[in-house]
Design a protein around this ligand. Structure first.
Ligand code: ASP
Ligand code: MG
Length: 249
């Protein structure tokens, strides 16, 4: 039987911040599915949802229980997966949403900063074979106590890259609100220049120097498993920045 090697597309919070953006994301997914038969999508919570949920927790108590904080924060991503699935359905595309636990993402017990231990991809593959776009909630997994744990701020990148590694994806596309990785932040410096190619090491250096494009820990995982990344915009259709092992290929 032919092995299933889906592409992974990850959409950050700004890409799913409102209904129009969610519909736009669905259109991008449908375009991609014409080229790649199998598509796995990872989404973050809409806009500032995660910050707002944290704020609420701290309005109730100075010391929220970490298990309950994870229970709360994981709801942001659940809104996004259901809405993206509905948007795809409305455009005639088969799709199914899965929470981290439903997608088989096993994490350790470190609430609010868990690591992914393993991913059981059987359920994802089953739905892919049935021609579904599979939409997975980023930033969450299930720990050995069957509790939801979150993976640290920006953790949807980690979900996407871990899935791409496990599923041997040809590429993991990271969609955001900028056109790629820039020499400096284009939202601050207008003459910033987009970089076409970066090695993992260069990307790690940029993440360390404060460029908030991707979660630094997720780039380490991409490097370890040689996952090819492309950081690109969900708002303009242009090539983004490719991040891979070597620049000369
Ligand atoms: N929603 C989570 C956060 O804001 C995870 C993510 O966006 O990747 O940190
Ligand atoms: Mg977020």
């Amino acid at each position: 039987m032919k092995t299933i090697r889906p592409i992974v597309m990850k959409f950050g919070g700004t890409s799913v911040a409102n209904v129009d953006r969610i519909k736009n994301v669905a259109k991008i997914i449908i375009e991609r599915k014409k080229q790649y038969k199998y598509v796995v999508v990872v989404v973050s919570a809409p806009g500032d949802t995660t910050d707002e949920l944290i704020e609420k927790a701290y309005q109730i108590t100075d010391n929220p229980d970490k298990r309950e904080l994870d229970m709360l924060l994981s709801t942001g991503e659940q809104m996004s997966i259901a809405l993206v699935a509905m948007a795809l359905h409305s455009m005639g595309c088969k799709a199914i949403s899965l929470t981290g636990p439903q997608a088989g993402i096993y994490a350790d017990e470190a609430h609010t900063k868990a690591r992914i231990i393993d991913i059981d991809t059987r359920r994802i593959k089953k739905y892919l074979k049935q021609d579904n776009v599979v939409i997975v909630a980023g930033f969450q997994g299930i720990n050995p106590n069957q509790d939801i744990t979150t993976l640290g701020r920006g953790g949807s990148d980690l979900t996407a890259i871990a899935l791409a590694a496990k599923l041997k994806s040809p590429i993991c596309e990271i969609y955001t609100d900028v056109e790629g990785v820039f020499t400096t932040d284009p939202r601050v410096v207008p003459e910033a220049r987009k970089i076409d190619y970066l090695t993992y090491e260069e990307m790690l250096e940029m993440a360390g120097s404060g460029a908030q494009v991707m979660m630094a820990r997720s780039i380490e995982v991409a490097k370890k498993y040689n996952v090819k990344l492309e950081v690109k915009s969900s708002l303009v259709n242009k090539p983004g920045t490719i991040i891979y092992g070597s620049k000369k290929w």
